[in-house]
Design a protein around this ligand. Structure first.
Ligand SMILES: Nc1ncnc2c1ncn2[C@@H]1O[C@H](COP(=O)(O)OP(=O)(O)OP(=O)(O)O)[C@@H](O)[C@H]1O
Ligand SMILES: [Mg+2]
Length: 491
């Protein structure tokens, strides 16, 4: 199947976010779509899949103009979208989610469903319990439910919006393999949106670059390097070097000290210290206890045992407000669930975190607040025009930057960061790395968890590797990624 997007145009409140973008998607091919945060990738995918209307332009399916007023219309033409958030019905089983809307007259045929589910799952190489409640699944598996659902409806084109952003390396590789198989073996057209440029070049036949809502280039992946893509995305040559960390002075005090921290089976006795100006990285596989450790340190969860002190004063385990009063800040892993109040404006979100610090006798000092918000937005590169709009209208990557900005406004003494650059584009990633390095250079103690081994090794002074809820190893900056992964339990 061939789908041509012709001169697609879209604007929101007077701002054009897609300027007459054209591209052709072909069966049997994986087509990559890359661009900086806010470039218009998700918007284009939503238009393609009938979720939002284009202002002008046409979508031609196999030579015939199609009217896609809803995702249902798009599915009727064989087009499906798989997003990170996942459009599953939490209360239903996996199988019911997969077959939702494809059953004739709503009749349930359990034996038939089981057989068809097994067929689909085998074809896709996905192992899921059809009877599990979809809402209980981790994000990774919800995405697989969506892929199965698209296949169950005989989708001929599947667009995936940042499908690997949340996945550990192995699962990501498996998903990309599936994309290739669906294209090569089954002849589907696959659209892959991603910020991981190497993976895009690996998995795709063709790559399109968008910049500020404009089509910049479309070329065969074989002729491109990550550097080429980056230059096209940003409009100028860029270097992706990690900032050289400022050495921690010998007499730098221990700011954060953690001893014997434990909670259930997730965290089983973690001890660590972070000195002023030091960046300590937490590496480890998904489920190794990194996120839970950060939450316990911040007081977001109650530990069963252990002690957290900030500048020698007890902090963790009671409540975040205690840790915050001592100068701790947590940039959480999930921006939508924990980081931002999506219905409030970005400016309000940035100001929210700073409220306790800037409130005096119950009065918010408006001038000071506005200055702090402007400064954080400037540092983060969130453009001013958008600050008054609700946070949910920001592109995914700009939401991530805002979560970060929320805490910058507070000038923390201890910064706890979980997956700081997940879902942000390469330029923003460099930006956030520099922010973290600058904060450390100013004396902030940073504890940072990341699934990207290169990121922790590039940015941190020291890397602690977590495995099964414990610190299983320690590596200096510049250690080999293979050693760290081995210590984390990968092979
Ligand atoms: N509902 C909306 N209302 C107003 N503006 C919107 C809305 N949806 C998207 N936008 C704006 O459209 C632009 C493009 O956003 P889009 O989500 O398509 O970017 P993206 O390329 O997917 O970025 P990211 O890499 O961060 O996911 C952004 O400036 C965004 O703020
Ligand atoms: Mg997006």
């Amino acid at each position: 199947m061939d789908v041509a997007l012709e001169r697609i145009r879209k604007s929101y409140g007077g701002t054009t976010v897609l300027h007459e973008v054209s591209l052709t998607l072909r069966g049997g091919r994986v087509h990559g779509l890359v661009g900086e945060n806010g470039a218009g990738k998700s918007t284009l995918a939503r238009i393609l899949c009938g979720a939002v209307p284009a202002e002008s332009g046409r979508i031609i399916v196999d030579g015939v103009p199609a009217v896609l007023r809803s995702p249902r219309d798009a599915l009727r033409h064989g087009i499906a979208l798989v997003t990170q958030e996942g459009a599953i019905v939490p209360a239903l089983s996996v199988a019911d989610n997969v077959f939702l809307g494809v059953r004739r007259r709503g009749l349930r045929d359990r034996a038939g469903d089981r057989r068809r589910f097994a067929d689909l799952a085998r074809r896709a190489g996905i192992a899921l319990d059809p009877a599990a409640r979809a809402g209980d699944l981790p994000l990774v598996h919800r995405q697989q439910v969506e892929i199965l659902r698209a296949l169950a409806r005989d989708a001929r084109l599947i667009a995936l919006d940042e499908p690997t952003a949340l996945l550990p390396a192995l699962a990501a590789a498996r998903l990309l393999r599936l994309c290739r198989d669906l294209a090569e073996r089954d002849g589907l057209a696959i659209v892959l949106i991603s910020h991981r440029l190497e993976e895009v070049l690996d998995a795709c036949d063709t790559v399109t670059v968008l910049r500020d809502g404009r089509h910049v280039s479309t070329a065969p992946a074989a002729e491109l390097t990550p550097r080429d893509l980056l230059r096209a995305m940003v409009g100028r040559p860029v270097d992706v070097l990690y900032p050289e960390p400022v050495p921690v002075p010998d007499d730098a005090p221990v700011v954060l000290a953690v001893r014997g921290l434990a909670r259930g089976s997730a965290v089983r006795g973690v001890g660590l210290e972070v000195r002023a100006g030091e960046i300590v990285g937490l590496a480890g596989l998904v489920g190794s206890g990194r996120t839970e450790t950060l939450r316990l340190v911040f007081g977001a969860d109650r530990p069963d045992a252990g002690e957290v002190t900030i500048m020698g004063r007890r902090a963790g385990g009671r409540s975040p407000s205690r840790a915050m009063a001592l100068g701790a800040a947590l940039v959480p892993e999930s921006r939508a669930e924990q980081g931002l109040v999506l219905v409030r404006s970005t400016a309000e979100n940035l100001a929210l975190a700073s409220l306790p610090a800037r409130r005096r006798f119950g009065f918010v000092r408006r001038g000071a607040e506005r200055r702090a918000v402007d400064e954080a937005a400037g540092t983060l590169g969130i453009r001013g025009a958008g600050l008054g709009r609700p946070a949910w209208t920001l592109s995914g990557g700009n939401q991530q930057r805002s979560v970060f900005g929320k805490w910058l406004v507070r000038s923390p003494r201890v910064l706890l960061v979980d997956e700081p650059t997940r879902g942000v584009d390469v330029a923003a990633k460099v930006h956030i790395h520099r922010l973290i390095a600058d904060l450390a250079a100013r004396g902030v103690a940073v504890l940072m968890a990341s699934s990207e081994v290169e990121e922790v090794l590039g940015l941190a002074h020291r890397v602690l590797v977590m495995r099964d809820g414990r610190v299983a190893g320690e590596f200096p900056r510049g250690a080999s990624a293979a050693d760290v992964l081995a210590s984390a339990g990968l092979r």
